[in-house]
Design a protein around this ligand. Structure first.
Ligand code: 523
Length: 137
């Protein structure tokens, strides 16, 4: 018997970077998959959305901030096979936004120096992104 191929799900995520070079990570809430792990914020791209539109929507919903599209630069892709789907996740960099970053859907937020990111347990898709950010910042 052959296994059914896993669907590929496109998720967009962001590394918000503050003036001190710290990166925002957010704790996934109880009741959701991967609860308690610290992720780069973002979410699924919905039908008919461009990835950047999806990220702008997610940042408003999750963090209460406004980001303009020309402030988002795609940096690196994460690719990871979860149990029921294959996740493909571009990580964007963003250094400018309007509004105060607020945890609207997460259990907590942390601004973390890249060298310290590995102290935080992350979803497996996010973990490889840490080394890329350390090299960049
Ligand atoms: N990830 C992930 N890393 C990461 C994000 C934003 C998301 O590994 N930085 C995974 C977690 C979920 C899937 O991508 O399995 C969809 O993310 P999200 O935040 O939309 O998750 P849920 O829990 O709201 O999704 P559903 O309940 O499946 O709709």
């Amino acid at each position: 018997m052959t296994d059914a191929p896993l669907p590929t799900v496109l998720v967009v995520a962001v590394a918000l970077i503050d003036v001190d070079g710290r990166v925002l990570i957010a704790k996934r809430p109880q009741g959701k998959k991967l609860a308690g792990l610290w992720e780069f914020p973002g979410g699924k791209v919905e039908a008919g959305e461009r990835p950047e539109q999806a990220l702008i929507r997610e940042l408003k919903e999750e963090l209460g901030i406004d980001v303009s599209e020309n402030c988002l630069s795609p940096f690196v892709f994460a690719s990871h096979a979860y149990d029921s789907f294959h996740l493909l996740m571009p990580l964007y960099l963003c250094r400018r936004w309007d509004g105060v970053v607020t945890a609207r859907e997460h259990d907590g937020l942390a601004w973390v120096k890249p060298i310290k990111l590995s102290d935080y347990p992350m979803p497996p898709a996010d973990e490889p992104l840490v080394a890329w950010l350390r090299d960049l910042l």
